[in-house]
Design a protein around this ligand. Structure first.
Ligand SMILES: *Cc1c(COP(=O)(O)O)cnc(C)c1O
Length: 385
């Protein structure tokens, strides 16, 4: 049997990428300023339907800078779903604040608006100055950070009004969501700030990097300022604590070439999801990855969910696929089960606790061929019998 290794999610690099990167060397624009940085900021803002984009060296840095610019710091809590990549929680910790962990909704794998509504009403209190605090610890609730887990935005028509009612800013961890639509529209104005990642396993990559987008000129200018060392003027004058979170022009060149191919990549991701869904739709041992009614997803990852009573277990399936030279992996381990976040405040987690051990991500690179996907499906079917 053919046995070329099939990776999980790898970059899809072509001639345009090589050409743009070569241009950086030719023109000597290799560091943290240059035409591709400006161009990528403009391009990603346009894709997001907002006027402003700030390029950063990683999505995690963008999340941290966004929270910092909103005044989040020591003694604060930021609401995040427990079911996320650890970068969401780490960005909160970098400000000095702590995450307050919430469950996800079963039908979207994103922040559960019912849990949010309940906890804000029952577990919080407004102090004499009108500051919202968690009753049991007295910490200030400083922001809500929904995560756009598989690409489609969370249920923002419910989450944003709740946040507004309590005066909380919304920072979207949109790491995997570039190109998504919410009710037919680009997603950049749903929250005060939204942050993409261009890490190598995301839909488009700049090697490493990310982008902060949003509708507000003042806030996005502040984020540009703090992520570029908060310099004032042309000399060594800095007006606050800043960060060196800049993307390089080489990375941005790669990102620009990838952004030009976004619709090609989104179409590939969608086709891959549909092919898996068709193959596994009637399998008694699995259910499918969710899709939501309110958004056009980016189908960042695809795979399957084992039913509770499923045998053989996840580890055996992963191993059987490895033996067939196919890389599949369990998805995220939730934050309340991670060493640094075992002690932070949390809401009940029935959906997260029941789900996370059963999620298997399957190869879904945009370069995955139909025959390779057929090989994956056949191997999964064998492993499930
Ligand atoms: C990838 C990812 C990030 C982090 O992005 P980096 O660019 O790797 O720092 C943050 N949150 C989520 C949900 C992610 O998937």
């Amino acid at each position: 049997m053919s046995s070329q290794s099939i990776p999980l999610a790898v970059p899809n690099i072509g001639a345009k990428e090589a050409e743009y990167v070569a241009r950086c060397f030719r023109d000597n624009w290799v560091s943290t300023v240059g035409p591709f940085v400006d161009r990528l900021e403009a391009e990603v803002a346009k894709i997001s339907g907002v006027p402003y984009g700030v390029a950063v060296a990683a999505g995690t840095m963008g999340l941290h800078a966004a929270l910092d610019a909103l005044g989040v710091g020591r003694g604060d809590l930021v609401i995040i779903p427990a079911y996320t990549f650890i970068a969401s929680a780490n960005a909160v910790s970098q400000t000095g604040a702590r995450p307050w962990l919430f469950d996800i909704a079963a039908d979207s794998w994103t922040l559960d608006p019912d849990a949010l509504e309940r906890a804000l009403a029952q577990d919080c209190t407004q102090d004499a100055e009108g500051v919202l605090r968690l009753k049991v610890t007295g910490e200030r609730i400083a922001a809500v950070m929904p995560v756009y887990t598989l690409g489609p935005p969370a249920d923002m028509d419910r989450i944003v009004p709740l946040a507004r009612r309590y005066g909380l800013p919304v920072v979207a961890d949109a790491a995997a969501a570039i190109g998504a639509k919410y009710k037919g529209k680009p997603i950049g104005a749903l929250a005060e700030v939204s942050v993409y990642s261009f890490n190598g396993n995301k839909t488009i990559t700049s090697g490493g990097g990310g982008m902060v987008v949003g509708p507000g000129a003042d806030l996005l200018k502040l984020i540009k300022h703090t992520t570029t060392t908060a310099r004032v003027g042309t000399d060594y004058d800095h007006d606050r604590i800043g960060f060196n979170y800049r993307m390089t022009n080489i990375e941005a060149a790669l990102g620009c070439a990838q952004a030009e191919r976004l619709s090609e990549f989104l179409a590939a991701k969608k086709r891959i999801r549909q092919t898996y869904n068709t193959a596994f739709a009637n399998h008694p041992r699995v259910t499918l990855f969710p899709d939501v009614s309110w958004a056009d997803s980016t189908y960042w990852f695809s795979g399957l969910v084992l039913r509770e009573d499923s045998e053989p277990c996840m580890g055996d399936i992963v191993q059987a696929l490895r033996d067939a030279n196919i890389i599949a992996r369990k998805f995220w381990k939730p934050m309340h089960l991670q060493a640094p976040y075992g002690e932070v405040p949390k809401c009940p987690m029935p959906v997260t606790d029941s789900l996370w051990r059963r999620v298997l991500t399957l190869p879904c690179s945009t370069s995955l061929s139909e025959s390779d996907q057929a090989r994956v499906i056949a191997a999964v079917m064998r492993a499930l019998t």
